[in-house]
Design a protein around this ligand. Structure first.
Ligand SMILES: C[C@H](O)[C@@H](O)CC(=O)C(=O)O
Ligand SMILES: [Mg+2]
Length: 455
């Protein structure tokens, strides 16, 4: 028998952090991100009133639109019996993502899909809490049949059938205990993006790389794509600090057209990057294929996924051999059901999954996905690494733990998504303490504009 109880209510809050003030998170396309979340609490009457917490990530302006979309999606969830949700999560996902009216503002893409992600993340946090396990453990303890029942196979059966998914997961059970011990001992390998945001001056870049090296980091990602001259200078600084053998990745955040992406990356090839990330539009499957082919002789792979809309676009990228590193994003895909589909397709097409993380909360969520992938799907660490960014962890009740450049497995029940109440009160937009102070000091243009507008 599944968990008893029902969803009694869903609340959503607009939470924003003024990261743009110090250029944290800046890249060639997003110059002034204020890391933000539409933060969801799913309330239930199970176990005396247990809640699940979830979020989706945005860059500030527009977060209010996601909040509004979460309210629309919530109407379909409040009142649902938990047993009906959890006994057949694949069908529940399908109902939510294919509501006959809401799907017109998607389908399975854009703001409405971000909203679905936030609500589903909260429901999976709830499920893991109900079972008293961290999410990675809940997933890896599930029988293959149950995991497969969580997936909506619509539109992907030409690439992955139910039977193939089952076979991968059954194979994934072999040696799982040994891999879990390895995980508990050494954690899951991470790389850092914190040193080299585009807006950091050279001195800060050098200092952050030096410190990260001292802290044991061996893999570094640098933002590129705005000016070739700047990119060459910044890559030179990083290589100078990290030496010739450590790993360097480049991230262009969709800055180029296809041919431009090839030419620009070729000019940076002497810095020996492992990958070029988001070289062009995230929707351009054939463009990614062209870039992959053009760069393969240089040993540079294409990484993408943080703005890949759904499992269908991932399917095409994999079928076309258009990506060499698959960067699933826990807050853009439709929760665990869609992430499972992508992990399994990536496994079948032998492409390593290296989740996008960072932002606010993405590291907290992504660590569970990498750990489950290692334990039960890919069963390998080869070429697999999860992104890490060192901002905003202090706002979470169970922040990530990094040891020797690796994520250590979280042991608390849930998806590590719960935020601290004092942080929520300080950073809720626009009325939280920090935003009121920023508005009155005039230090932040968005805060000031809201105050002038009187909202
Ligand atoms: C705007 C975000 O910070 C983006 O630059 C993050 C990203 O591309 C990454 O972490 O990778
Ligand atoms: Mg990126």
């Amino acid at each position: 028998m599944g968990p008893q109880g029902r969803v009694t209510g869903i609340t959503v809050r607009d939470v924003r952090f003024p990261t743009s003030l110090e250029q944290h998170g800046s890249d060639a396309m997003h110059r002034d991100p204020d890391y933000s979340a539409a933060y969801v609490e799913v309330r239930t009457d199970a176990c005396g009133g247990l809640s699940g917490f979830g979020l989706t990530f945005t860059l500030g302006r527009g977060n209010e639109i996601v909040v509004c979309a979460v309210r629309a999606v919530s109407d379909l969830v409040v009142g649902e019996q938990l047993e009906r949700i959890f006994e057949d999560f694949g069908s529940f996902y399908h109902r939510l993502a294919n509501d006959g009216q809401l799907r017109w503002v998607g389908p399975e893409k854009g703001v409405i899909h971000l909203a679905v992600a936030a609500v589903l993340n909260a429901l999976w946090d709830l499920w893991a809490r109900l079972e008293g396990k961290p999410l990675w453990k809940l997933l890896s303890d599930m029988e293959p049949e149950q995991l497969v029942s969580c997936i909506d196979f619509s539109y992907i059966t030409d690439a992955l059938t139910r039977a193939e998914a089952l076979e991968i997961l059954r194979k994934g059970r072999v040696g799982r205990e040994a891999r879990e011990s390895q995980l508990m001992e050494s954690g899951f390998p991470a790389y850092t993006t914190s040193c080299a945001w585009l807006g950091y001056p050279d001195a800060e870049l050098r200092q952050r790389c030096t410190e990260a090296l001292q802290d044991g980091w061996t893999r570094f990602k640098v933002k590129v794509g705005s000016s070739l001259e700047d990119d060459e200078r910044r890559c030179h600084i990083i290589r100078d600090v990290i030496g010739p053998d450590r790993t360097l990745m480049l991230d262009a955040n969709q800055r180029w057209d296809v041919l431009e992406a090839v030419e620009w990356t070729q000019k940076l090839a002497r810095f020996r990057p492992l990958w070029i990330e988001e070289p062009t539009s995230p929707d351009d499957v054939l463009g990614h294929k062209y870039i992959s082919q053009a760069l393969s002789a240089l040993g540079i792979g294409v990484a993408t996924g943080e703005q890949c809309q759904n499992r269908v676009v991932f399917k095409q990228l994999l079928q076309a051999k258009a990506l060499q590193f698959c960067q699933v994003d826990t807050c853009r895909l439709g929760g665990i059901p869609e992430i499972l589909a992508v992990l399994l397709m990536a496994c079948k097409f032998q492409v390593p999954v290296c989740p996008h993380a960072g932002g606010v909360g993405l590291c907290e969520l992504a660590q569970h996905i990498s750990m489950f992938d290692f334990l039960s799907v890919s069963t390998s660490l080869e070429n697999r690494v999860c992104e890490y960014v060192d901002h905003l962890h202090e706002h979470f009740v169970f922040p990530v733990r990094i040891h020797k450049a690796a994520y250590m497995p979280p042991m608390e029940p849930g998806y590590s998504t719960e935020m601290r109440e004092d942080s929520l009160q300080d950073f809720e937009f626009p009325g939280g303490r920090v935003w009121r102070e920023l508005a009155s000091s005039g230090k932040h243009s968005v805060a000031a504009a809201v105050t002038e507008g009187g909202s």
